[in-house]
Design a protein around this ligand. Structure first.
Ligand code: UD1
Length: 437
């Protein structure tokens, strides 16, 4: 299993480009299932989760062609490790196997995003239940309930959700869809399903995340009639068919925030290009509260860290509030800040697993239920730590970069799921980071 060896204590400095957003790319790949025409996505990040989703689509009968694009934006024959993001064209005209098997779904919960499009296009879908995951139970009851409201008959057998439409013509029907909590992939699944349903659907309590808006924009370009994406009420007027299009995936706001935190924790100064500050208001505000100087240009964010950060308290909540996917990285910066931060996690019930690992590096963290109290220490000391999930891994890398001496982050396959070429990008910022097998 790969590990990351980090020699800490070096302030990050320099410029890197941010990749396309994983959490936008995954639902967008599934949107290809809704049409018989080719869908081309650009700025697709080169990540394990993308590979998994493509494998899943291929075994359903989708034809995929993928072109790696070099850092300069031109197509290249560079080896995978050196290549940048890619353009992917998906052709689901031959879709003939609306099944998502356990061995693929178990590694990536977002595979559940095929359920809505398959039910809408094929009138049938068999999708393995994603099961639990390290950061909490994460059920998919809201996805299922929404499809039932649209007339799908759903049974759960042998770990699979089996959805079937019963109406004449095999179509779903438009419905009022209310989710008990704000769910990002739930909103995306139901929005995609509603595009091909008979009549109007209204999703209430919809997720307002920018990735939902990116998906809606692509669906609209494919001919869908959607209004209200980005608000908590999304209206979708079903259409008979969608067409193909070309869509550029939005920049990854969580990757952006992660590198900003890495620069902040090391007292560095970085310039991040190919990104956007518009989805990151709260993260940028918190970094400024911590004492960082931040300046924004159109697609570029510059950060200069102070000699010592100030502790910043946060409370995670659905967009536009502070993202749960940035909580672990902020815990890392608070471990070396001046003062005590109170960090409240309200989305996932078990998302503090990085805390025990940060403590191994010398951090002072007390956990009480969904609240962590983090008191900054003068310095962290390198140690061997273990990554437990994607964002937890990122927080350990940040802490390792800030720590004195060598840190080994074990089980970095989590990082490969969601960060494109992390060690290459960190090295470009002057970090001493090495991947060892
Ligand atoms: C998405 C993101 C993930 C992020 C999360 C919260 C993707 C691919 N992943 O995950 O990175 O951390 O949003 O911003 O976009 N819930 C239920 N029943 C459901 C659905 C959700 O109880 O049917 C609960 C979850 O357990 C969780 C909360 O609702 O407590 C929010 O989860 P949700 O927004 O659905 O997360 P994901 O869409 O899986």
């Amino acid at each position: 299993m790969d590990k990351l060896l980090i020699e800490g204590g070096i302030p990050l400095a320099g410029e890197i480009a941010i990749s396309g957003a994983k959490n936008a790319a995954l639902p967008l790949l599934c949107a290809a299932l809704l049409t018989r025409e080719p869908l081309t996505l650009t700025n697709v990040p080169d990540l394990h989760d993308i590979d998994t989703m493509l494998k899943l689509l291929v075994q359903m009968g989708v034809k995929v062609s993928r072109e790696k694009v070099g850092a300069g934006g031109t197509a290249s024959a560079a080896p995978a490790a050196m290549s940048g993001t890619a353009s992917v064209t998906l052709d689901a005209s031959g879709l003939d196997n609306p099944v998502a098997p356990y061995d693929l779904v178990k590694t990536m919960r977002a595979a559940v995003l095929v359920l809505g499009p398959l039910a809408a296009r094929c009138g049938e879908a068999r999708v393995s239940l994603p099961g639990g995951c390290a950061i909490g139970a994460r059920p998919v009851d809201q996805h299922i309930r929404g499809l039932q409201a649209m007339g799908a008959e759903i049974t759960v057998e042998q770990g699979y959700v089996h959805a079937r439409t019963t109406a004449a013509g095999g179509k779903l029907k438009g419905a009022r869809l209310f989710t008990d909590m704000v769910t990002v992939t739930g909103t995306e699944n139901l929005m995609m399903a509603a595009c091909l349903a008979d009549g109007e659907s209204v999703i209430e309590n919809a997720a307002r995340e920018p990735e939902v808006v990116d998906l809606a924009n692509c669906l609209i370009a494919m001919g869908a009639r959607i209004s209200g994406a980005g608000t908590d009420v999304i209206r979708i007027q079903g259409v008979d068919r969608l067409s193909g299009t070309t869509h550029r995936i939005m920049p990854d706001r969580i990757e952006t925030g992660t590198y900003l935190c890495a620069a902040a924790a090391t007292g560095g100064a970085v310039r991040l290009t190919n990104t956007s500050s518009s989805y990151l208001d709260v993260v940028i505000d918190k970094l400024m509260d911590a004492g960082c100087e931040i300046s924004l240009e159109r697609a570029t964010i510059n950060l200069k860290a102070p000699p010592r950060l100030k502790a910043v308290s946060i409370r995670t909540a659905p967009y536009p509030a502070f993202p749960t996917d940035m909580q672990a990285q902020f815990m890392a910066i608070n471990t070396v800040a001046d003062g005590t931060a109170i960090m409240r996690e309200t989305i996932f019930e078990n998302r503090f697993m990085h805390a025990v690992e940060l403590i191994r590096l010398g951090a002072d963290i007390k956990i009480d239920g969904n609240t962590a109290f983090v008191t900054g220490v003068g310095k962290l000391d390198g140690a061997t730590v273990m990554a437990t999930d994607l964002r937890a891994s990122a927080s350990l890398v940040i802490a390792g970069l800030a720590a004195q001496g060598e840190t080994i982050v074990d089980r970095i396959y989590h990082l490969d799921r969601g960060y494109e070429q992390m060690e290459t990008k960190l090295a470009a910022l002057g970090a001493r980071v090495r991947r060892v097998k």
